[in-house]
Each structure stands twice: as structure tokens, then as C-alpha cells.
Ligand binder design. Structure first.
Ligand SMILES: Nc1nc2c(ncn2[C@@H]2O[C@H](COP(=O)(O)OP(=O)(O)OP(=O)(O)O)[C@@H](O)[C@H]2O)c(=O)[nH]1
Ligand SMILES: [Mg+2]
Length: 213
């Protein structure tokens, strides 16, 4: 019997190449947005990277684009940051949710913005919800997933920092994630396991982004 929410199968060579090509070109920072009114014109599809504070969102964008300093990693992201990927797609780096090392009123302000964005951006094609391989799905993740369910935004779980855990531990966490995803109608049926540090899963993720239908 196949497990529900299997790890994404390695795409075929042609799809991997599509992913490589998409990110072989220019990727640029467009702007940082602090209010819905500041979002760029909704003239192309977007994918966003959501997840708890410190889960590795900015690092993953850097790994995908192959540009180390593009998204500011190790630095709490406080804005909605837009990047181009080719001519037809935006990558969106989001502030983390849950605990963040910043004053509470500031955190509350960007949490509100984050929720407005996830619920109200028409061109948002898929949300990647990042889950730390050491921690699995926490209550705040579950809340964001419910919000995506009600907004009918398809989300795909991306496990991050896989290099930090042993295989046995990783498999336990994957099971925990599967259990959590099963409760969410908007969950995409396959997850992607990554390490930005080691480059694991990056060609797969590029390919998934390049071949979104
Ligand atoms: N070992 C390991 N460390 C990672 C990986 N990805 C990110 N990190 C580290 O985790 C920390 C947080 O990474 P960020 O990419 O800034 O995380 P973020 O989700 O953008 O954080 P916020 O913007 O604060 O929400 C940094 O110190 C990264 O170097 C990974 O795949 N492996
Ligand atoms: Mg960040």
C-alpha cells in the first residue's frame, strides 16, 4: 500500500531541465512590501514560501535561485519580498509566523499582513509551507494550513534542514507531517524534502515550480 503524502518522486530529466532553465536566467529582487496596497501588479503567477520563523524560507529561495545573498537569510524577514523568476513568475519570501525575535506589535503587524496576503492574493498559484525536519508540524503551521484551506490556496509541504536529522528521525517526522496534512483539503498530495545547505531536493523544487499547471 502506498503511503498517503509520499515524498515527491524525482521528476524526469526533461522536467528537471525545465526547472534548471527557469532559474538559470536572471532572478532579481523586485520590492519589499509592508501593506497589501504595496503589492506589485497581479500580472503573473506567484508562488510563496511560508513557514515558522527560522524554518529556512529565505535560505531556500537562495538555494533555488542559486544566489546566496538574494533573500536575506539568517535575518528575520519582516516584509513580503518579491523576486522574479524568468518573465512569468514571482517568488515571494514571507515573514515567518509564530515566535519571532522582534517586538510584539511589529510581529502582530506582519502576521496580519501575512494572513491577508495568503487569503487575498488572486495570482498566488501555490504556497510552499516549510516544515523543519527536526520539529514537524506545530500548532501554528496547522492554523496556517486551515487558513489556506478556507482560502482554497493549494499548499505543498516542503521539509527543510533535512541535513540536521538522521534518517530514522526524519522518517518519524515525515509520518507526523503526513498525519497533519491528511486533515487539510488544500494540501498537495506530495511533499518535498530539502536541505538548502546540501542542495538536496533543490532540482526537484525548481522543477515543480517550473511545471506548475
Ligand atoms: N543546516 C541547515 N541550516 C539551514 C538550512 N536552511 C536554513 N538554515 C539556517 O537556518 C537559519 C534560518 O534560515 P532563514 O533562511 O533565515 O530562515 P527564514 O525562515 O527565512 O527566517 P525568518 O525570515 O526569520 O522567518 C539560518 O541560520 C540558516 O543558515 C538547511 O537546509 N540546513
Ligand atoms: Mg526569512
Amino acid at each position: 500500500m502506498q503511503l498517503p503524502f509520499p515524498v515527491y518522486e524525482e521528476p524526469d530529466a526533461q522536467k528537471i531541465e525545465q526547472g534548471r532553465l527557469l532559474f538559470a536566467g536572471e532572478t532579481d529582487f523586485v520590492k519589499g512590501v509592508v501593506a497589501m496596497s504595496g503589492l506589485p501588479e497581479a500580472d503573473r503567477l506567484e508562488v510563496c514560501f511560508a513557514g515558522r520563523s527560522n524554518v529556512g524560507k529565505s535560505s531556500l529561495i537562495n538555494a533555488i535561485t542559486g544566489r546566496k545573498g538574494l533573500a536575506r537569510a539568517s535575518n528575520t524577514t519582516q516584509e513580503i519580498n518579491y523576486f522574479t523568476a524568468g518573465e512569468e513568475l514571482y517568488l515571494v519570501d514571507l515573514p515567518g509566523y509564530g515566535y519571532a525575535n522582534a517586538p510584539l506589535p511589529v510581529v502582530e503587524k506582519w502576521q496580519r499582513l501575512l494572513k491577508q496576503f495568503l487569503q487575498g492574493r488572486q495570482t498566488l498559484r501555490r504556497a510552499f509551507v516549510l516544515i523543519d525536519a527536526r520539529h514537524g508540524v506545530k500548532k501554528v503551521d496547522d492554523e496556517i494550513m486551515s487558513l489556506l484551506d478556507s482560502a482554497a490556496v493549494t499548499f505543498q509541504a516542503v521539509v527543510t534542514k533535512a541535513d540536521k536529522v538522521k534518517e530514522v528521525e526524519r522518517d518519524q517526522i515525515l509520518d507526523q507531517i503526513r498525519g497533519a496534512l491528511a486533515k487539510h483539503p488544500a494540501a498537495y498530495p506530495e511533499m518535498i524534502v530539502t536541505s538548502s545547505e546540501k542542495g538536496w531536493g533543490i532540482p526537484t523544487l525548481r522543477s515543480v515550480i517550473a511545471t506548475l499547471e
